[in-house]
Design a protein around this ligand. Structure first.
Ligand SMILES: [Zn+2]
Length: 320
């Protein structure tokens, strides 16, 4: 990698900062009971400060806002939402009214009905799920225990934040692509249709060769496919691997990575589709296809609870 990576002491119990270039930081979710849940970014454009994906809770987002202000010496002007999922957007409210919020047009349209429905479910269930994860924790050990701690943080973060949540929609939307110009650097937002969701955006820093991928990219974790399109998603990943101007990829979940990990992500999408397609061709019932074990290559990955729903979803999608 061409850029120097240096470490900054943690400022928050919800994330750690990793500097990717001068004026560019990835904020990596703390899996040890943190409430950020997804990764974020802080970008200094020289004359304005940008935040990418402001976490799942207003509390974690307040820490992110403070970090961005300390690192760049000014208030945050723009907050970018990569897609509509709860863990990437609920920090929006901590940045207004000073900052404007940007997403793709499709994402903004989806956000309101999705949040209403999700929050209604969460009000009934999040606290119970947090208790259930804690119960499982008592009997767990090793890597399984570490992941259960993350899920406990997820449900506890939701349950604790619900009373203060205000659905905060983007102020600015775009389709296809959007350039944002600064005095020191420019960034390009690129819409990817039919990936992890119907519309995801990637933030490119062309001069530094860095891509903030949102949930189009998971590192050593099963991606959630059920709101997207695996075949089209794979093409997006392939495109960003083949782009020789990019060398550093910040995932929505997991550690900052390079082309090798992006290739693994593409392989996962190919392998899981092939697995389902093969079953369908051999007239194996869906109920049997979804019982297949995780391929050895991905057995150590977190979020294995997404694997069966992914197979279930693909059984329907591959047949269409
Ligand atoms: Zn997502």
């Amino acid at each position: 990698m061409a850029t120097t990576i240096s470490w900054i002491p943690p400022l928050s119990r919800h994330f750690r900062l990793e500097q990717l270039a001068p004026g560019v930081w990835a904020a990596i979710q703390n899996d040890n009971y943190g409430h950020a849940i997804c990764n974020a970014g802080i970008i200094d454009l020289g004359n304005k400060t940008i935040v990418f994906d402001p976490f799942m809770t207003p509390e974690a987002a307040r820490d992110l806002k403070r970090a961005a202000e300390q690192l760049t010496g000014r208030q945050v002007a723009l907050v970018i939402n990569s897609h509509y999922h709860n863990d990437h957007i609920r920090g929006n409210q901590s940045f207004i009214p000073q900052a404007a919020i940007i997403s793709t047009a499709w994402t903004r349209t989806k956000m309101l009905p999705s949040e209403k429905e999700e929050q209604e479910w969460e009000k009934k269930n999040a606290a119970t799920y947090a208790i259930a994860e804690k119960e499982k924790l008592k009997k767990a050990s090793g890597p399984e225990k570490k992941e259960l701690i993350m899920w406990t943080g997820y449900y506890e973060g939701i349950a604790q934040s619900l009373p203060e949540l205000k659905i905060t929609l983007p102020d600015i939307t775009f389709s296809d692509s959007l350039w944002i110009y600064g005095s020191k650097r420019n960034i390009k937002l690129v819409e990817c249709r039919k990936g992890h969701t119907e519309s995801d955006l990637v933030m490119l820093l062309p001069l530094e060769g860095i891509a903030f991928m949102g949930d189009l990219f998971f590192v050593t974790r099963h991606p959630y496919i059920g709101d997207g399109d695996a075949a089209s998603w794979q093409k997006h990943i392939k495109h960003f691997i083949e782009d020789t101007s990019i060398h550093t990829y910040v995932p929505g979940h997991g550690s900052v990575a390079g082309k090798k990990e992006m290739q693994l992500m593409e392989n996962y999408l190919i392998d899981i589709q092939n697995l389902v397609r093969k079953g369908i061709e051999q007239h194996v019932p869906d109920s049997v296809i979804v019982q297949q074990p995780v391929p050895a290559m991905y057995r150590q990955w977190w979020y294995s609870r997404f694997y069966k729903p992914n197979l279930q979803f693909l059984c329907k999608q591959v047949k269409r």
